[in-house]
Design a protein around this ligand. Structure first.
Ligand SMILES: [Zn+2]
Length: 356
């Protein structure tokens, strides 16, 4: 399934309009990999919310920037796969979002990283923590045969070509850092370390540690809507600034977005065998245009019954997957809710499905 998507993507990438800037937003971790956990807050949730908020903020600029998400829900994506998605799409910029944690609750602030081996002990600690996720990947011994996330030699060996991408990555990371500083958000500066997720990308790439979950204040900021709104705004501003600097004409438009790009969409769009959960968006006596929901077309489906048109989003095997998706759907469709269907596609009570 994934192979089909990737090859289809390569085809579309080769004919892609070169005037459109392609940005990949990579929400770190996901699925079985929660990332850092502090104060009952999981890094995977925090960064997903931020990635979705950023994607939404960039929507009005869709005529000049195409956004690709490595994940839009709670799923596990291998590190190499994230880079592959960006490379296949010939992306112009890769932004990986993470949240930090350390043993001292006093340390706080944003850190912006580019790939490098010059990092000090502290930087490489952060990279080690982020890289250790590969141990959760099946076949990691083969995939990362030349890399042991815990061996210092691996970091020294990490190939580091100081090309245009390297300079651009540094340039962009400074831009992000300055944007945070100008909005009075504490930063700990621009750093370099051996992050595996940045190793294989073929475009300017940065990894932003959005704050420390181990610091109560940072953690609360990252959890709150005000915090998400503020930080996603800063990230959006830095990206638009970078676009302008690249000579892209930044145009804001009210035109609705017709598609949202999730190139790694496996779980969401698969044909679900048997019963499933979904999200009801609306019920109407008249047929509605799918674009009104501001969601990805292919995940919205319609069922007609007794003169009513009902619109649903996504098919999920587990209630938990549906719950995670609901959180993002509610950003555009406030009164959406979870429903359940049996194997024949008939609506059943959620309780019935949960009870199984
Ligand atoms: Zn992380």
């Amino acid at each position: 399934m994934l192979l089909v998507i990737i090859s289809a993507l390569s085809v579309s990438a080769s004919v892609k309009d070169k005037s459109t800037f392609v940005l990949v937003i990579d929400a770190g971790h996901g699925g079985k990999d929660p990332g850092a956990i502090r104060y009952k807050t999981k890094e995977k949730d925090v960064v997903l919310r931020m990635a979705l908020a950023l994607e939404k903020r960039l929507k009005p600029y869709h005529t000049c920037i195409k956004v690709i998400m490595t994940r839009m829900d709670d799923r596990f994506v291998e590190l190499n796969k994230r880079a592959e998605i960006a490379n296949n799409a010939h992306a112009d910029l890769f932004v990986s979002l993470h949240a930090n944690a350390c043993s001292s609750p006093k340390i706080f602030g944003v850190e912006v990283y580019t790939l490098g081996v010059a990092g000090l002990e502290r930087e490489n600690q952060v990279a080690k923590m982020e890289n250790s996720v590969i141990l959760m990947e099946e076949n990691h011994a083969q995939t990362y045969a030349d890399f042991d996330p815990f061996s210092p030699e691996s970091y020294i060996m990490m190939t580091m070509v100081k090309d245009d991408n390297f300079n651009e990555s540094i340039f962009f990371s400074k831009m992000i850092n300055d944007s945070f500083s100008s909005k009075k958000v504490a930063t700990r500066g621009v750093r370099q370390a051996g992050f595996l997720v940045l190793r294989k990308t073929e475009m300017p790439s940065v990894l932003v540690e959005l704050g420390y979950l181990s610091n109560k204040k940072d953690c609360n900021t990252l959890k709150s809507w005000q915090g998400v709104s503020k930080i996603s705004g800063i990230l959006c501003e830095s990206i638009l600034k970078y676009l302008k600097q690249q000579g892209v004409e930044v145009v804001k438009t009210k035109e609705p977005v017709t598609t949202l790009h999730v190139e790694n969409d496996v779980k969401r769009s698969v044909e679900v065998d048997g019963e499933y959960f979904s999200i009801q968006l609306a019920a109407s006596s008249k047929s509605l245009s799918v674009s009104r929901f501001g969601l990805q077309y292919k995940d919205v489906f319609q069922k007609n019954n007794k003169g009513w048109f009902r619109y649903y989003y996504g098919k999920y095997k587990t209630f938990n997957d549906a719950k995670v998706a609901l959180a993002s759907v509610k950003r555009t469709v406030k009164d959406a809710f979870i429903v359940a269907f049996d194997a024949q596609g008939n609506k059943v009570s959620v309780k019935l499905l949960l009870g199984k």
